[in-house]
Design a protein around this ligand. Structure first.
Ligand code: PEP
Length: 265
């Protein structure tokens, strides 16, 4: 789908440790984000700060998401945050199936969560990715998609976001991001599988596709060359306003150049 803003999902994980810091960080970024023409940011604070951060939202360029949600509204689930609580706290998106959580949950848990999030009018950011580029990497991606979507009602593709996050590339100490070529290879596999699942190319066109894994201001331009990249999920740099600002500027410059090139064609 054309003319959508590039999305940056900032997964703060457990790296912001007080309400004051969460609100301060969000406010330090939001005035800049409000001025952007081609970029939208989704901030995903730790659950206990979602509510306070969501209260700072007053512009469509930035939104708030949760890092997970339990697929029931309420009940005896010690320590969990329900999908309804997430919604009532002001989250509009929820990251699901992150590789750091997949150790704690089954594939059917992930599918239940995606279903519950959609049923509550929220948008799931579904993370998939292989452990290594071994001989089975394509099958791994296909299976992860089947595991989710065989159990989820196949509607509202415009509310679905898929983040390709190869596990070997996430927060790699060796700074080992995937290249955009590897991303495009994966995207081809993902789109083909989704086409089988949703049965129409039109539905797949409505889904947004992100890249995540050691992305920063040094390698983002490699990905921006491909119009198929709808955005990015960032972890390590998600709470570094200086790096985020540089990334926003690179996105804005890139999209503007693309638009000028189209006009002059
Ligand atoms: C992540 O954990 O989803 C992620 C993309 O982290 P990083 O940007 O640090 O690789």
């Amino acid at each position: 789908m054309k003319n959508r803003k590039k999305m940056i999902v900032a997964n703060w994980k457990m790296n912001v440790t007080s309400e004051k810091d969460a609100v301060g960080l969000f406010n330090s970024i939001k005035s800049v984000v409000a001025k952007l023409d081609y970029t939208q940011m989704i901030c995903c604070p730790p659950h206990m700060y979602v509510n306070q951060v969501a209260k700072q939202v007053n512009h469509p360029n930035y939104r708030v998401g949760g890092q997970d949600a339990y697929p029931e509204e309420s009940g005896s689930r010690t320590g969990e945050t329900s999908v309804l609580m997430m919604k009532n706290s002001g989250a509009e998106y929820v990251i699901l199936g992150h590789s750091e959580r997949r150790h704690l949950e089954t594939k059917s848990d992930v599918a239940r969560k995606v279903t519950a999030v959609l049923e509550h009018g929220l948008k799931p950011i579904i993370c998939i990715g292989e452990e290594a580029r071994d001989k089975n990497w394509k099958k791994t991606l296909q299976q992860q998609l089947k595991d989710v979507f065989n159990r989820v009602p196949k509607k509202e593709p415009e509310n679905i976001i898929i983040a390709y996050e190869p596990i070997w590339a996430i927060s790699s100490d060796k700074k080992n991001p995937a290249t955009s070529t590897e991303y495009m290879e994966a995207l081809e596999v993902i789109k083909k599988e989704l086409q089988k699942i949703f049965k129409t190319a039109k539905a797949v066109e409505k889904i947004r596709f992100l890249y995540g894994g050691s992305l920063d201001d040094k390698n983002i331009e490699d990905f921006l060359r491909h119009a198929e990249v709808n955005g990015f999920l960032v972890g390590r740099v998600s709470h570094d306003p200086r790096i985020l600002m540089t990334m926003f500027r690179l996105i804005e410059d890139h999209v503007q150049k693309e638009i000028f090139a189209q006009i002059n064609e």
